[in-house]
Design a protein. Structure first.
Length: 143
């Protein structure tokens, strides 16, 4: 199995997104999820601490040779209006999310594509393209 420092970093980025989404959902968005990394980078009113680190604050973010993105999950519905989030998010909080990390240059900056969603499991493909949204049943997951 191919392992690289870059793909390890991207697994860490997706784990950070899962953790940030969990905190955002429970404390800021009435059980909804952010659909943009930029929304997770906004601190709640009265705080200076954002839900995610500044290196993942743009849509998409380039980190360790991978492009990391966040979107509403397939079939997502609005849970919390933009104006009702605790941090003035730019988009409504949704019922599910989908995050992906793809090598900027397949074979050079990385070989595997990664994806996760509100289940918190990280899936991958060896083609360099992340599993699609929604992540298909039977997709290969990290153990």
């Amino acid at each position: 199995m191919f392992h690289s420092g870059a793909s390890a970093a991207e697994r860490g980025s997706l784990r950070a997104i899962n953790s940030s989404e969990s905190t955002y959902s429970s404390s800021c968005a009435s059980n909804g999820y952010a659909q943009k990394l930029a929304d997770l980078a906004l601190a709640p009113s009265g705080s200076t601490a954002a839900f995610i680190s500044p290196d993942l604050a743009s849509d998409p973010s380039i980190k360790s040779g991978y492009s990391v993105s966040l979107a509403a999950g397939s079939g997502a519905t609005t849970v919390t209006a933009t104006t009702a989030t605790c941090n003035g998010a730019g988009a409504a909080a949704m019922s599910t999310y989908y995050a992906a990390a793809a090598p900027v240059t397949i074979g050079s900056t990385g070989q595997r594509g990664f994806a996760t969603d509100s289940r918190g499991t990280i899936f991958f493909s060896n083609t360099g393209t992340p599993p699609v949204n929604p992540i298909p049943a039977g997709s290969t997951f990290l153990q």
